[in-house]
Ligand binder design. Structure first.
Ligand code: MTE
Length: 301
């Protein structure tokens, strides 16, 4: 029987929902107010920050198809049509074709998982995602023997995605995993967050979540999954190979060229929460370290 995953996090670890929706603003506030290194005490500045961020429910996201500024997705993602939706599964599979979103939802077991989510700018959260194991979807399509990698693509529909009119990235947005990473029981396709369906700006109707990798591997609004025998191209690696590798594992020992990855700040741990040491593989070492045995992770970063 396939190995199933057991959750070790509990409800008390979850990032408060209002802080999740306001995370970008909270971080911008921290950086802007120069509070990055202060570790204790409540100031008037903090009280003000909290009032601003908790009142305002605007979401700040990265979803470059809707623009490169953090507020753009919340403004423009509403123009993306998410129904009907289908995912074209192809390449080295037994049953290639278009899989409708409803058809997928009927076939999959949807469960809630509390995962740590780590961003390359050194902040972390614990998020309740709803979704299903990617392995279950790949098995539905039937993975063939020669397959070694999985390539993903986001919807590319310029008339609904204002950001794609500019050549910021080589559209469509692309991501990839090695097959064993894709089949790991931790890897999910998320369809909901905080008990609600995914908002468009967070990648409706389904996005990838790989909890031991940086957030940018979580490709949003997926329309295409291809099983291949060659390592696929990935958007951030194509754009800036010196900074973003194919693997993008959370790894405190490998610094991003422009900043250290050794520590992080937990959103929801209090505005003045101490930085915590970043955990290898984002705390999922027991589950995934074996996937990288024998590899030099400073080269395969
Ligand atoms: N997926 C697509 N299609 N386009 C994007 O620009 N940005 C990535 C990732 N997935 C992105 C994407 C980056 S850089 C991050 S940090 C996460 O989405 C952010 O997810 P969130 O907005 O839900 O926090």
């Amino acid at each position: 029987m396939a190995q199933r995953w057991t959750n070790k996090l509990t409800a008390k670890d979850v990032t408060p929902e209002h802080m999740f929706w306001n995370r970008r603003k909270i971080l911008a506030g921290l950086a802007g107010a120069g509070l990055g290194s202060i570790a204790g005490g409540v100031s008037a500045q903090e009280a003000e920050l909290e009032a601003n961020t908790w009142e305002d429910v605007t979401s700040y996201n990265n979803f470059y198809e809707f623009g490169t500024s953090k507020e753009d997705p919340a403004h423009y993602a509403k123009y993306m049509t998410t129904a009907p939706w289908s995912v074209e599964i192809g390449g080295l599979v037994d049953k290639p074709g278009a899989y409708g979103f409803e058809q997928i939802m009927e076939a999959m077991t949807i469960e809630e998982r509390l995962y740590r989510f780590r961003c390359v700018e050194a902040w972390s959260m614990v998020i309740p995602w709803q979704g299903f194991e990617l392995a279950d979807l790949l098995n539905l399509a039937g993975v063939q023997d020669g397959a070694k990698y999985v390539a993903f693509e986001t919807l590319y529909r310029p008339e609904e995605m204002v950001g794609t009119r500019f050549p910021v990235l080589d559209w469509p947005y692309r991501e990839g995993l090695r097959l064993d990473e894709a089949m790991n029981p931790l890897t999910i396709m998320a369809t909901g967050i905080f008990g609600k369906p995914l908002p468009n700006q967070n990648g409706a109707p389904l996005r990838l979540v790989v909890p031991w990798k940086y957030g940018f591997k979580s490709i949003k609004s997926v329309v295409k999954i291809t099983l291949t025998d060659k390592q696929p191209e990935t958007s951030w690696n194509m754009t800036n190979p010196g900074e973003y590798g194919f693997y993008s594992n959370v790894n405190p020992e490998v610094s991003h060229p422009r900043w250290s990855q050794a520590t992080e700040r937990r959103i929801g741990g209090g505005l003045f929460a101490q930085r915590e040491p970043t955990l290898m593989f984002n705390g999922y070492e027991d589950e995934v370290a074996s996937l990288y045995e024998g590899m030099d992770l400073t080269k395969s970063f």
